[in-house]
Design a protein around this ligand. Structure first.
Ligand code: PXG
Length: 285
């Protein structure tokens, strides 16, 4: 049976799951999304993802046409319809179809789309030996232009950075903010370990408030590791003992090189490995 996709209250075969070319989500990137994971049939931090989706929508004055409880149920029902217990969920809310022109008042019926699918992971090699990343010249969106806290359908800022990273031969790219400080990667948050402490840029560095980032902060504090959210520069990463990225797709992935420079001893460090293992246990228990 074909994969079932939820669109605004109904399930469609993947081949028939279509929305209007007049949808402002397509015409202008006017909409919001979430990327979540399910483990053993349960969506990881489901409510937090939905709360972030609702906040993103509120920030762009988009009213989600169903309640949070209804959304939660629709996600679970779509997973069940596809018999997926460990997978990836993409939630999309578009502004809906309207006339041409930016004016969101000329649209009707925001569309809710739920795609549940298998997740394609980074190769095991990256988790064992670490990833190499590169700083790109595309800076993160200026928060006064479009807040990076909004997970909007306009992801070109990150896509431009991703292209630069790929052209330099790296799967992930480090983005700085408008002050030249470390912000985040194109789809992952960044952490370093220095003198046994875990450091990560604060939200006001202009980053997405990652759900995995928060889960890792929680797990580190439980393990009595000091966590500080402080402004970081590239220098801090070059001179760090350890570095890793977090994200719904990547989970916890060690980073061993930035801009061809070896971080620490060039191998995933002990605190990174501990948090990676704890995250694995936490999500699979
Ligand atoms: N920063 C940015 C810019 C992101 O887009 C993260 C950090 C990590 O946040 P979470 O909440 O996932 O820990 C993201 C998340 C995809 C995909 O399909 C992208 C994300 C998440 C899941 C899948 O490329 N981005």
């Amino acid at each position: 049976m074909s994969l079932q996709i939820y669109i605004s209250g109904k399930l469609y075969n993947k081949e028939d799951a279509k929305i209007s070319v007049y949808d402002h989500g397509l015409l202008y990137g006017d909409g919001v999304f979430e990327g979540m994971r399910s483990y053993n049939g349960k969506v990881f931090r489901h409510r937090e993802h939905l709360e972030r989706l609702w906040k993103s929508a509120r920030a762009i004055m988009l009213e989600i046409p169903i309640s949070m409880d209804e959304m939660e149920k629709a996600v679970n029902d779509t997973l069940a319809a596809n018999n997926i217990s460990d997978g990836y969920i993409r939630l999309v809310v578009t502004r809906g179809a309207g006339s041409l022109g930016l004016d969101p008042n000329r649209t009707q019926n925001p569309q809710v789309i739920i795609i549940t699918d298998k997740i394609s992971l980074y190769p095991d090699e990256y988790y064992e030996n670490g990833l190499e990343i590169v700083t790109v010249s595309t800076i993160r969106n200026h928060p006064a232009a479009l807040s990076p806290r909004v997970k909007s359908l306009n992801y070109l800022n990150n896509i431009m950075a991703k292209i630069e990273g790929l052209q330099a031969g790296c799967e992930e790219a480090l983005m700085l903010n408008h002050n030249g400080e470390v912000a985040e990667c194109t789809g992952d948050n960044i952490f370093i370990v220095r003198n046994g402490e875990l450091l990560t840029p604060p939200i006001d560095a202009g980053i997405l408030e990652g759900i995995t980032r928060q889960a890792v902060i929680d797990l580190a504090r439980e393990a009595e590791i000091t966590v500080r959210e402080i402004a970081l520069t590239r220098h801090d990463i070059f001179t760090a003992d350890e570095c890793f990225l977090t994200g719904s797709a990547a989970e916890v992935v060690p980073v061993v090189k930035l801009d061809r420079r070896v971080i620490g001893d060039g191998k995933p460090g002990p605190i990174t490995r501990k948090l990676k293992d704890r995250f694995h246990e936490y999500t699979r228990s």
